[in-house]
Design a protein around this ligand. Sequence first.
Ligand code: TYD
Ligand code: MG
Length: 452
Amino acid sequence: MKKNKTSFFCQHCGYMSPKWLGKCPSCNSWNCFAEELISDSDSGSRAEMNFDGKPLSIEDIPAEEGNRTITGIAEIDRVLGGGIVGGSAILIGGEPGIGKSTLMLQMMHNLAQQGLKVLYVSGEESASQIKLRSGRVGAASKDLLVLVEISLEKILEQIKAVSPAIVVIDSIQTVYSGELMSAPGSVGQVREASSRLILFSKKYGIPVFLVGHVTKDGSIAGPKVLEHMVDTVLYFEGDSAHAYRIIRSIKNRFGPTNEIGVFEMQDKGLKEVPNPSTFFLAERPQNVAGSVVVPSLEGTRPILVEIQALVSATNLGMPRRTAIGVDHNRVSLLVAVLDKICGLHLSGSDIFINVAGGVRVEEPAVDLGVVAAMASSFLDKPIDARTVVLGEVGLAGEVRAVSQMDVRIREAARLGFNRCLVPKTNAAQLVKIAKMEICKIGSLKELLENLF
Ligand code: TYD
Ligand code: MG
């Protein structure tokens, strides 16, 4: 008889413990352990996936890099590093309602139009609801197969029977395996379902997209191990207040990370935004203090974003510092540097920083933009509308080099900017671009002298 063994799993990170714990030693969350039945190690995944376990010389392994499927949606293809790699597992995370199912359906429709047989497995919506949505986004093709199912065993059976070119599982949290007693969506189930789907896809060379929900704190629900198991992790970002959606690669074994694809949610589904800089700068105010444009680099693609700052006298004992779209700690650091090195007395002011359009920029190259916007607002002097700034700021007020200067400057020139304030140390990499004046900045003092 099969022995029923149980263990306790942290429902946040998947840490396993033989006994109940109050606090997870791995992720430090409290009261997050739940008892789950674990199957014998030889059942399920391992038994099903008997790879021929023999070592091979690396020279004898066929290179399959050429084997990429182009989805036809340019933004997705770029984020994936040039199409879908055969046998890869791709996790797509995002908040409920952001458009994951819509994007998947549109992508599947595109693939089906190329004559590929694709399988969309949904555990969240009924077939007729999917049909309704497909009518909305115009996805109708006889090669687009829909399966409404949540049992892992039955899903695998159907994938075997149909042998599609691509599979989408929407969502991984709804899939459950009959071999485990725990409820669908629990850590044990999510891990088991994903590991078996991933092994299956590797064995048969069928790429699988796993749609995953994210929790309130922004991580993909279920164990962190899910992110380690898959080849590519994409996050779908954006908020319901804005129409645009950004898909960002967080991890990619077959392409660059932090690459982004931009979409706009319309009444007929998601539409690609091929020119995001124009999109994000569309509503930029003219001749107003506290606004500056930075050519930021997301993955391999330069995107111009507008950084806004509002510095106003505070009537609180402790002035407020709010940052939306940039790192809060980074802003505190820049405020301190500006205060100490340039003598702008910001300690009595509330400071609000916002990246217009609701984008999030993570690289330190935007430091100089944040500083310039704050100084402009504090001094109440507008920055020239056709100037861009970029550079990382150090604690001594020095301006440090940033990577890939030429692509950034080219993008700025393409959108009609004619002056660029860049770090002095980048001088060697600079390219000459017609009608673009390049100003080399060594320190924050020089920045202020050149800006106003
Ligand atoms: P959905 O793909 O169901 O989100 P997820 O699978 O990530 O939970 O997206 C649903 C949202 O998108 C919903 O708020 C309605 C909106 N939407 C449109 O605005 N236009 C459309 O054509 C479609 C299909 C959805
Ligand atoms: Mg959905």
